[in-house]
Design a protein around this ligand. Structure first.
Ligand SMILES: [Zn+2]
Length: 412
């Protein structure tokens, strides 16, 4: 029986979004939280972008150390041989890649201005797949950008060529959020049946259907006999109207009417971490969680009107589809209302010892305290807001890794 897997793209689609971004330490925390949730793969960044290289290398080291395990870390690049070469030069330990190529007539014409045919597009992709394999890539997904506006017979041809040359997955990108649950089902089922390889669903919310399309696309892939890999982002942060929200998608798969019985996750998503990752992403991106966000919004378990409050007090199932503790809510949170000593890029040793002492972190000697403080300052330069406890604990625990991922060296 084919299954559903999650590939979270917060650290790729989320951070490339206008007005938004994450520090390298914040991206690392997202990878750690995704791993805790049981997400199959994190699309952790852009291996051809110079300022990503030390962050990517450091996260691959965390994977080798077993800190980021079993989650897989996948890079995103264009399906161009030069990009493959550059990616493995900057990040030699890369194991998993998605290679992206525009496939719709709109984009082939609109971007290449008549200089490329469909055959050229397929050939470029095939050469990129072969180059990635030559570098020892363990898994390769091939992205059909703007797949929802691409003729299905070309998509089949594109997918078959990718498969023939050793790619493992075909990413169906509804880049503009153009699909609806009916149309995407037809497309992904046709692809699964005719290409015979696992299908990734990459859905955007321009028409408000990213989660619904992801479910329906996954159903199409599974009905066609193939595994489905749904692309999500934390809090749905992504280009324009965003991507399929991680928590909402996991809830929809497991809680929606008669879906989970036939269409199942390959392994469970630990939704009790939903509150933590969602709150962290909101803080890190500096984007509030909408009050009506599924599962993690302020109103997700709030009731005021007479009939609802009475009903939920008698039996929560009257007005709640799932319980707040299933998404990690209900723990009291300590909010400082008096004096606050927090980290910053100009923090001194006294304040820093106070902050770390609150978390029961002590140092072997003054030199060690200074080392961790210095790294925390650098992390604050990138974040431009106080670090959270998990970030400070991470720096204290893995100072060498922190130094690497905080390293930014512009080219000469
Ligand atoms: Zn996207």
């Amino acid at each position: 029986m084919a299954k559903i897997h999650f590939i979270d793209v917060t650290n790729r689609d989320g951070v490339q979004t206008a007005h938004l971004g994450l520090s390298k330490l914040e991206k690392t925390m997202i990878n750690i939280y995704l791993n805790e949730m049981g997400v199959f793969q994190s699309e952790f960044g852009f291996p051809t972008t110079r300022h990503e290289q030390y962050y990517l290398q450091a996260n691959l080291e965390l994977a080798e150390m077993g800190v980021l395990k079993p989650i897989r870390l996948g890079g995103w690049i264009r399906a161009v041989v030069d990009d493959v070469e550059k990616a493995f030069k900057l990040v030699p330990g890369l194991k998993h890649l998605n290679l992206s190529m525009s496939t719709s007539d709109q984009m082939i014409q609109g971007k290449f201005q008549g200089a490329r045919s469909q055959d050229d597009i397929a050939t470029m992709m095939v050469h990129a797949v072969e180059a990635a394999r030559a570098h020892g890539a363990e898994s390769i997904g091939v992205n059909a950008e703007d797949a929802s506006r691409t003729q299905i017979d070309f998509l089949v041809r594109f997918g078959l060529a990718a498969k023939e040359h050793g790619a493992q997955r075909l990413r169906y990108c509804d880049t503009l959020g153009y699909d609806n649950p009916f149309s995407i089902y037809e497309s992904t089922r046709t692809l699964a049946e005719n290409v015979g390889m696992p299908i990734e669903l990459h859905c955007h919310g321009d028409l408000g259907m990213a989660v619904a399309n992801s479910l329906s696309g996954a159903k199409g892939a599974i009905d066609g006999g193939q595994d489905a890999y749904i692309n999500t982002t934390v809090n749905g942060i992504g280009e324009r109207a965003g991507n399929a929200d991680l928590v909402a998608t996991a809830l929809a798969i497991t809680k929606s009417k008669a879906f989970a019985g036939k269409y199942q996750l390959e392994k469970p998503i630990n939704l009790t971490k939903a509150w933590k990752i969602s709150r962290f992403a909101s803080y890190a991106f500096e984007v509030p969680i909408p009050i009506n966000q599924p599962g993690v919004g302020a109103n997700a378990f709030a009731h005021s009107s007479g009939i609802h409050a009475d009903g939920v007090l008698k039996d929560p199932h009257n007005y709640e589809l799932y319980s707040f503790d299933e998404v990690g809510r209900g723990e009291p949170e300590l909010v400082e209302t008096g004096r606050a000593i927090c980290s910053g890029e100009y923090t001194g040793i006294s304040g820093f010892r106070h902050i770390m002492g609150r978390m029961a972190v002590t140092f072997e000697d003054p030199a060690q305290a200074e080392e961790v403080l210095e790294l925390a300052r650098y992390a604050n330069v990138e974040a431009q807001k106080p670090l959270i406890e998990d970030e400070l604990l991470f720096i204290a625990k893995y100072p060498k890794i922190a130094r690497k991922l905080l390293t930014l060296i512009p080219p000469e």
